[in-house]
Design a binder for this molecule. Sequence first.
Ligand SMILES: C[S@@+](CC[C@H](N)C(=O)[O-])C[C@H]1O[C@@H](n2cnc3c(N)ncnc32)[C@H](O)[C@@H]1O
Length: 212
Amino acid sequence: MVKGIRKWPVVQLEMVNAAKKVCNFSNKTNISLGRKYIKSPIKYIKKNKALYDLLGVRPGSSVFEIGPGVGYFLYICKEFGGCYVRAIDSRQIPGKNILYDQNSIYDSTLKELSIFDKVDTQCVQPAKKVSFYNKKYNYIVAIGGSFIRNWTIKDHKFFIKNCRNNLLLGGKILLQFNGDKVNSKIENFYKRISFHSGEQCLYIIHKDIDGV
Ligand SMILES: C[S@@+](CC[C@H](N)C(=O)[O-])C[C@H]1O[C@@H](n2cnc3c(N)ncnc32)[C@H](O)[C@@H]1O
């Protein structure tokens, strides 16, 4: 168990309370995107904490997250880990070219957790460089990434190179994909590049942590 800057039960309770507040509001609307994250917050908070521990985030380090959703991982890094955090999210309704609105469950929860300003709108696309805002990070993370759907190996290579160029020495990349989005060719590609890099980058494909 990684030791945090603030007490874990307190940080967890803050996330649960934020989820409850947004849940109460969104129950009066027909917003469904992201509802599961606030309906059963403990399940998703635990998943993100498990990934935080697995990654071995060093308190006080820097973290860049792609697709934070309601922001549990980002909040854990900021409040429990005392990390510098920054994230990007497409803020798009899946399968549509429409941005979700400010009352979305994702943005409302980020606001409730006071981390809305840590998340810029940016859509990760194949063969297109991600902007890391001219900064390098100790950790680059994408959890439950649906953005890789239909990516070729070439697209994955481009993405990894792009991330690597924005990692600090000894940094780590954590990618948690879901099984249905990763075929065996892609899995083998990640197996090949895992754990043997001179730059001590680490790639993890986690298919068995439910949550997306
Ligand atoms: C299913 S949620 C996962 C949330 C969170 N990472 C978790 O696992 O608890 C996926 C998130 O990725 C974002 N996303 C999807 N496609 C994206 C893209 N191409 N670029 C950036 N963010 C994207 C979505 O808007 C959403 O916030």
